[in-house]
Design a protein. Sequence first.
Length: 194
Amino acid sequence: MSAGPLRLAVLVSGSGTNLQALLDGVAGGDAPFSVVVVGADRDGTGGAERAEGAGIPTFVCPVADFDARSEWDAALARLLAEHAPDLVVSAGFMKVLGPAVLDAFRVVNTHPALLPSFPGAHGVRDALAHGVRVTGCTCHWVDAGVDTGPIIDQRAVRVEDGDDVGSLHERIKVEERAMLVEVLTALARDRSWR
Ligand code: GRF
């Protein structure tokens, strides 16, 4: 067992409620992890605002700032490395990570569907459109594919009559936040994955 909390770098693109669940865990005092930096791929995310409110360093690294995707990938890897994270968490980060980041860090992603069904940016919409009665969320290791890496944990959520993408996603996110905190707590307590 390594000394000290597991150092997490969290990547966000949106409102950051998954990040908030981690921050709440840290603020509660008994989480075996800490959030050392929050990175976003665009300005003005709720996630970066939440991080700043908690006094956590942030950075923004937009793909559009670089001539090539590989340059963005390398810049993102450098920005992350400045904070020496033990683990990178993609928590609603809507970009596919490249080899510079994936070679340097272990990365965990959370996805709002039961993988391998409904990968990609529209997992909730696609599951609803398919007519499934049960969907959910998945926490997995990130590899070079899109939502293809080894599954760590999953939670099921029933689709209710009358659900739309918004109502279903909100119920999935309740499970997703709890799952993410539990997965990271387990990964912090048993570091045999390193
Ligand atoms: C989550 O459902 C995540 O899986 C998906 O986008 C949502 C992000 O929510 N990719 P938040 O920004 O953590 O509130």
